[in-house]
Unconditional design. Sequence first.
Length: 227
Amino acid sequence: MNDETYHLAKSIIDIKTKEVIYTPKEVSFQDILEKTSYFYKSFFNEKRNNEINFLDNKIAYLRKNSLNGFNARAYITDERSIIKLPTSNNIKTASALVHEKAHTYQSIKDINECIPSFFELLFSFKEDKSNNGLLESNINYKIKEAKKVAEYYVYCKRTNKRDLTSSKRYLNDFYDFIRLFNTYFKNKELVTKTLEDILFENEKLESLKKVIYQDGDLKNNCYNISL
């Protein structure tokens, strides 16, 4: 089957996962807000504090019993954003908020899962030093969610079902965020500047592709998926 996303989906399905037992550290909701704000301000070297404060002040928060773990939702308009979060006050909720905040920082026409997932995992990576197990738990969650979409995509392709646009986008964003995460540790300055320009200077999202695919296009449907 000559479909790159189909081959990507098959590669995601083949990723080995293990059960992760992790009890997240309890923190207050105020600490969650402060941690996430500090994370973004620190990432951009304190240069975008005014923009971050402005965008954060446009967010209203709702706590939902139906959400748990890293699962959260963002609803965005030009005037205001609503982020729905789990009722639990712990470090997993903070990771989820980092993800959803990134959505509120994005241009509405360029909403994607790559950049929010990158920030979410980077936050978990940094917090793992004092909350051992958070990173592994977050990686496991991201893979399991991607597997669900991958299995759906493969099933629909085999049964000739239509309308796989959102699934295709999700799977490609999943792969791109892994490449972005790995690229960041090779060239932090370039990734930081590129993300800064996309989020705060109206740089086109395509510029991110040039950063994470510097080694050329994918060949022979060979996907290197590793974190």
